[in-house]
Design a protein around this ligand. Structure first.
Ligand SMILES: Cc1cc2nc3c(=O)[nH]c(=O)nc-3n(C[C@H](O)[C@H](O)[C@H](O)COP(=O)(O)OP(=O)(O)OC[C@H]3O[C@@H](n4cnc5c(N)ncnc54)[C@H](O)[C@@H]3O)c2cc1C
Length: 457
């Protein structure tokens, strides 16, 4: 059998953010040759606010050895602890981490950082005319890279998706429908801020809790951090639904002007938004795209992460499902790489198609839930307000248990052992479930005994 190292499968990853760097770790562990092309010079730039990491994403990051590197950045929340009988979330917390912190942990823990090419903006992808028929990726600075698989982990405006569509159009015009081209829309804008350390405020905000003040058409997610900074995200309903190509980014002046409308809104206790805004040092605004593309792969290109699905920040699932999508793809690439002979292009393409299908299936439900939850949190209508105000508090346990089941059955890397945290938590959960079944059995037996005693035949 050919050694995986020499099987010659080479992967080009476009985009060195959460999805791309996670895939890089996964391929590294699978001994698959890869290169990451990232257009920015500084991969760890402090762009964005906090990212919600959940047990499904963290378990994969633990498998590849990144979890412990996140420790200094994490703010674990207590919100979901009561759900499991033993108080654990599959061995992992629900946690909020600065986006820059996640990138830092992913980048610094990578074994071979020379595989990450910075300042490498991809401009085109073509199938090469060389006899091996590999894909050729060209960057703006005139470099070429060839590989058997090109992965688009390049976000919502990614080039990989556009190049894939171009290749599809060349093969058969109309393969990508107009409906699919327009399937990402924008109803909300997210304003992300980070404050300087403010002890007077962080004294009143518990870092293990997230504060979600909701008002009609606007809601915040506010998180205090262990370093006394506060990250906040304000989700604002826009005046109408925009298509991906229609929405123009807000300038810093536009953001500052808009924030004036919200200064007196209550955040928590005596804290008003004004108190955060006055001490905010970094602010960015990003449209909160929503949508799920149906075509993720074609001709050896596979798109994952934000390039093919977008959820608002409300359920905090975006980054986690992106991590899952990287793991699912890595499982497929690993299976291809350990074959006795190098797979043909047709075999690679068939395997990629099968690989993305599972993630897509899961995402249909997750997207629908995220869509509704976003509107509930911004009290879009009387029904949504009623649901948030009266039904949510009564049903939150059920809602969280559903989420739990998702975590339990979520994607993991099939070629790496499960981390001890996940195994221990699964054992604890199994024991608790067995105990529960025994108690139910015992209860039934006692009930039958009592019946028999009271009503002998
Ligand atoms: C600036 C920014 C801030 C964000 N802030 C938050 C936040 O505060 N909270 C939250 O929950 N989510 C945030 N997100 C979204 C979150 O990061 C993603 O939903 C999730 O992590 C999945 O990301 P991704 O890696 O698939 O895509 P992205 O995070 O969009 O990363 C795509 C990467 O591809 C690179 N790239 C794009 N085009 C090219 C090209 N032609 N050539 C080479 N490289 C290219 C980009 O530079 C980028 O590094 C933010 C995203 C961005 C881009």
């Amino acid at each position: 059998m050919e050694d995986p190292k020499t099987s010659g499968l080479r992967v080009i990853i476009i985009g060195g953010a959460i999805t791309g760097l996670t895939l890089a770790h996964c391929l590294d562990k699978a001994d698959i040759d890869y290169v990451v092309l990232e257009k920015h010079q500084d991969i760890r730039a402090n762009i964005g606010g906090s990212i919600g990491l959940q047990p499904n994403g963290l378990r994969i990051l633990d498998q590849v050895g990144v979890y412990d590197h996140l420790k200094k950045w994490r703010n674990d929340t207590d919100v979901m602890k009561p759900i499991l009988p033993d108080g654990f979330c599959l061995g992992y917390p629900m946690t909020m981490v600065r986006r820059a912190g996640v990138l830092d942990a992913l980048y610094t823990s990578l074994k071979d950082q020379s595989k990450i090419k910075l300042g490498a903006k991809v401009v085109s992808i073509n199938r090469s005319l060389a006899p091996d028929g590999r894909l050729r990726v060209d960057t703006e600075d005139g470099q070429h890279y060839t590989g058997d698989v090109v992965v688009g982990a390049d976000g919502v405006h990614g080039i990989a998706r556009a190049q894939m569509w171009r290749m599809m159009d060349q093969k058969k015009p109309g393969m990508i429908t107009d409906q699919e081209r327009e399937s990402m829309t924008v109803d909300y804008i997210g304003i992300f801020g980070i404050t300087e350390p403010i002890e007077s405020i962080t004294d009143s905000l518990n870092p293990t809790e997230m504060y979600v003040p909701s008002y009609p058409k606007a809601n915040w997610f506010v998180q205090a951090h262990v370093d006394n900074t506060v990250t906040w995200c304000l989700n604002l309903r826009l005046d109408k639904t925009y298509l991906l190509r229609e929405f123009h980014r807000w300038s810093p002046e536009q953001v500052s002007e808009k924030m004036k409308d919200f200064l007196e809104y209550d955040i928590w206790g005596s804290i008003k938004f004004r108190h955060l805004w006055e001490r905010t040092t970094t602010v960015s605004a990003a449209p909160l795209y929503e949508g799920l593309m149906t075509t993720w792969t074609f001709g050896g290109i596979a798109c994952i992460g934000d390039s093919v699905f977008k959820l608002t920040t409300v359920t905090g699932k975006g980054a986690n499902i992106s991590i899952e999508s990287a793991a699912a793809l890595a499982n497929t690439l690993h299976q291809l790489s350990v074959r006795e002979r190098k797979p043909s292009n047709a075999e690679i393409q068939a395997a990629l198609a099968e690989s993305v299908e599972g993630v897509q299936r899961k995402l249909r439900t997750v997207s629908a839930v995220s869509y509704r939850a976003t509107r509930v949190c911004t009290l879009e209508s009387v029904q949504e307000w009623f649901f948030f105000r009266y039904l949510c508090p009564m049903t939150w346990r059920i809602l969280f248990s559903v989420t739990f089941n998702e975590f339990r059955t979520a994607e993991t890397l099939s070629y790496l052992p499960l981390p001890h945290r996940a195994i221990r938590a699964a054992e604890r959960l199994g024991n608790a479930q067995r105990r529960k079944k025994m108690m139910i059995g015992l209860g039934a037996l006692i009930g039958l005994g009592v019946c028999y005693y009271c009503f002998p035949l």
